[in-house]
Design a binder for this molecule. Structure first.
Ligand SMILES: Nc1ncnc2c1ncn2[C@@H]1O[C@H](COP(=O)(O)OP(=O)(O)OP(=O)(O)O)[C@@H](O)[C@H]1O
Length: 570
């Protein structure tokens, strides 16, 4: 064997372990000194072989994976788990009502189970269109099963994991199945079902089912018994409900909290929000591998037909132009090669294509944003801004911002900036409040990078500004780019950050004008009160100098006070 050949062999042995090396390795192990074990014989780890490992290699069901990694879905501790379960059920209830063009009326009830400190029954009832009997088990006891993942349309849910994960968490922590009652037609009975997930198969087991009555003509009630912890305050269920009410003025909420309190949020508007429609993907957002797969799976008979039918904003003439420029006019989509797909992909990138349609996303709207804020914050000043639609990775999105400044009932005469509270930042995605990981996402980054000193607030570097201020930022998109499956923070896409900054700056400018005016008024009032304090002694001095009568002095002081009043600039 040549030197080159033997070097190559050595290399191979090193990489893949030939028989020789395996024997050498065994000798190596045999030569290693045996460690002395004291006391009872403990089991020794036996070296695995490829064959012994092969006996253990098998499929992992998605539910087994998420049962082990429940923190990825927001079930990392009992307090957060309770919030996540409420959120999943309420988000679904709202999505279902809006898809059915029904003004949502939602009731959330959380009751502590007797004799258990940490066990709760959560029940969420909606007046939506209901769920057909056949789908109930899959929806509540099978992960990655849903109607929203494969479409491009704004909705709260998108992954198809939420409610079944909450049911699975309930089952794991208490052994209790999910209970569902749903009615789809007022002339028919409701369907009642107890269902639990078989985690090894990711399939539902129906424990019990029957026909029954339901309090509403159509709708769904889901009950989950689960381990949880109820604490009020920041990142609580209470805060989530309050912020959901703020971002959804068209929803009527009744919330029965575990401490016996009932909170009601009557709807502020009888108008349903803008109803988004489904769109096709935009060619700019499609990556090469996906384009290749889509072309081979398409029903289109030619490449231009594929581009025209499967994408938005590609007209027939434009689709022909793209294929012609890429010299692919005669290629059948089902026979396209990877190299041809790459040429097509390149040509798409070089062609000017209109931005995607935006009727797939609905903003809350400037008026509704303020109405929503008024629902929860009684302030002196409100401002809002809805930006024009923009696009990230081919997905259209809209950014909105609204702020409330100067909380009524809280006297704040302090000129000391350090005594001012830190701004309260509320992040909303597709009308759902995000309560965790505030500083991890694009909203926080954009807000701290905005120079709030320009708008009359104090701000330390890299921090939120100070002031009696609530700022709400909403992103509406067909696909919100969350940083994880638990949907807590928005990824740092530069296009999104830019839009957030522009929306926040517009509200900031309006706030700046208000704050400057307020400061002028304050200074003016201070000046006037100062002068008013000295009016009587001035009168007395004038009386002495000019020998005036008492009535003349009174008249003079009155006139001076009038002049002062009329000179007010506000
Ligand atoms: N209250 C309800 N009324 C009608 N349909 C519902 C209701 N709850 C759930 N669904 C249906 O069940 C599907 C699965 O819901 P699930 O919460 O698991 O996922 P999702 O809402 O699609 O997405 P995500 O995991 O992001 O929340 C939904 O897509 C919807 O079609």
């Amino acid at each position: 064997m040549s030197a080159k050949g033997s070097a190559a062999k050595e290399q191979m042995n090193f990489n893949f372990g030939s028989e020789e090396t395996a024997v050498e390795q065994q000798q190596d192990v045999a030569q290693k000194p045996k460690t002395k074990r004291r006391g009872r014989k403990s089991k020794q780890s036996v070296a695995a072989t490829a064959e012994s490992m092969a006996t253990k290699q098998r499929d992992i069901s998605i539910s087994e994976f998420f049962a082990k990694n429940r923190h990825l879905l927001g079930f990392d501790n009992p307090r957060k788990a309770l919030l996540t379960a409420v959120k999943e059920a309420v988000d679904n209830a709202l999505d279902a009502c809006e898809e059915g063009h029904i003004l949502p009326s939602i009731r959330v009830t959380i009751e502590q189970v007797e004799n258990y400190d940490n066990r709760f029954v959560l029940k969420v009832t909606d007046n939506g269109p209901g769920i057909v009997k056949k789908q109930v088990p899959n929806i509540f006891a099978r992960l990655l099963y849903g109607s929203k993942f494969h479409r491009l349309k704004m909705s709260r849910g998108q992954q198809g994991i939420g409610i079944s994960a909450a049911g699975m968490y309930g089952l794991i922590t208490t052994g209790e199945p999910v209970q569902v009652v749903s009615r789809t037609n007022k002339n028919k009975p409701a369907y009642h079902c107890h269902v639990q997930i078989d985690t090894s198969k990711n399939r539902p087991d129906i424990v019990y089912d029957e026909e029954c009555d339901f309090e509403l003509p159509t709708g769904t009630a889901v009950s989950i018994t689960m381990e949880g912890r109820y604490l009020r305050g920041k990142q609580s269920v209470d805060e989530y409900i309050e912020q959901t009410a703020m971002a959804n003025p068209h929803v009527s909420f009744v919330y029965n909290a575990p401490d016996g309190n009932t909170y009601e949020f009557p709807r502020k508007t009888d108008e349903l929000p803008f109803m988004p429609v489904e769109i096709k993907p935009h060619p700019y957002g499609v990556e090469l591998g996906m384009l290749y797969k889509m072309a081979r799976d398409t029903k289109g008979k030619s490449l231009p037909e594929f581009l025209n039918k499967d994408f938005s904003r590609v007209s027939k003439p434009l689709s022909r132009k793209i294929c012609k420029n890429a010299k692919l006019l005669s290629v059948k989509p089902s026979k396209i090669t990877l190299q041809q797909a790459e040429k097509l992909h390149k040509e798409i990138g070089q062609t000017k294509i209109m931005a995607p349609p935006t009727d797939c996303i609905g903003p809350i709207g400037e008026e509704n944003l303020i109405e929503g804020l008024e629902r929860v914050v009684d302030a002196d000043f409100y401002a809002s801004c809805t930006r024009k639609p923009a696009v990230y990775r081919g997905n259209p999105f809209i950014i909105e911002a609204a702020l409330a400044y100067g909380f009524k009932g809280e006297t704040d005469d302090s000129d000391d900036d350090d005594k001012q509270p830190i701004m309260q930042l509320k992040r909303i995605a597709n009308r759902v409040p995000l309560l965790y990981q505030q500083s991890a996402g694009a909203v926080f980054k954009s807000v701290v990078e905005t120079n709030w000193r320009n708008y009359g607030l104090s701000q330390s570097k890299g921090a939120l500004p100070r002031g009696p201020l609530v700022l709400m930022v909403h992103i509406a998109s067909v696909w919100v780019p969350f940083t994880s499956e638990s949907k807590e923070a928005i990824a740092h896409y530069p296009e999104i950050i830019k839009e957030i900054k522009l929306a926040v700056q517009e509200c900031g400018r309006k706030l700046g004008t208000h704050i400057r005016k307020q400061r002028r008024i304050k200074q003016e009032l201070k000046k006037q009160s100062y002068i008013k304090t000295y009016l009587p002694p001035i009168g007395e001095a004038l009386q002495e100098i000019l020998s005036l009568k008492d009535s003349e002095v009174e008249d003079l002081v009155g006139k001076l006070a009038d002049v002062l009043e009329k000179s007010r600039k506000f």
